[in-house]
Ligand binder design. Structure first.
Ligand SMILES: [Zn+2]
Length: 181
């Protein structure tokens, strides 16, 4: 609230004391102060204020959105791969890569080279291929996001991490077996 008032005061003071108008506004990503300035029409109708986006804040917002997406994908990829390949870390790793490539696929750049083939494939495209039907890609992620995801997939499919997950899953299933037997 102070920030909104402060921003308005800065614009007003400049006009009152210097007879000068600020025509550009550089904020921190939020638009409350900018909205207040335009609403109060401090500069008058002739001099509209232009809002500049601070690249650092845009990057920050993009970054945190990407981070959330990464976390979501990481969890999903791991649980999918683990569910399908409880018997080997190698198979699990391959599955993660296949799922990753599948996620990064678009109509322009289909990447289903390592997806399972056949009518009962988890990959809708290999399935469609086997049954002779057509399928369009739904997950059209922006190229920048796709590029940013690549190292995440590499990290997620790292053998050390997989071994750790593998052991955790193995331990919990062993525990379940012990408890239920
Ligand atoms: Zn595929």
């Amino acid at each position: 609230m102070m920030e909104v008032k402060g921003a308005c005061n800065i614009f007003k003071r400049s006009l009152t004391f210097n007879d000068a108008r600020y025509t550009k506004y550089l904020g921190d990503g939020g638009s409350k102060a900018f909205d207040a300035i335009t609403e109060e029409n401090i500069n008058g109708d002739e001099f509209q204020v232009e809002k500049l986006e601070c690249i650092v804040h845009v990057m920050k917002r993009m970054g945190s959105r990407l981070q959330r997406l990464k976390e979501k994908m990481k969890g999903q990829l791991l649980s999918d791969a683990i569910r399908r390949n409880l018997n080997s870390v190698h198979a699990m790793r391959q599955a993660i890569w296949a799922i990753s490539m599948y996620k990064l696929s678009t109509d322009e750049h289909p990447q289903h080279g390592i997806c399972c083939i056949g009518e009962d494939s988890w990959c809708g495209f290999k399935k469609a291929e086997a049954t002779g039907s057509a399928r369009k890609h739904k997950n059209n992620l922006p190229v920048a996001v796709v590029e940013a995801m690549r190292p995440v997939f590499r990290d997620v499919s790292h053998p050390d991490l997989l071994t750790l997950y593998f052991l955790t899953v193995l331990k919990s299933t062993t525990l379940v077996t012990l408890i239920s037997s």
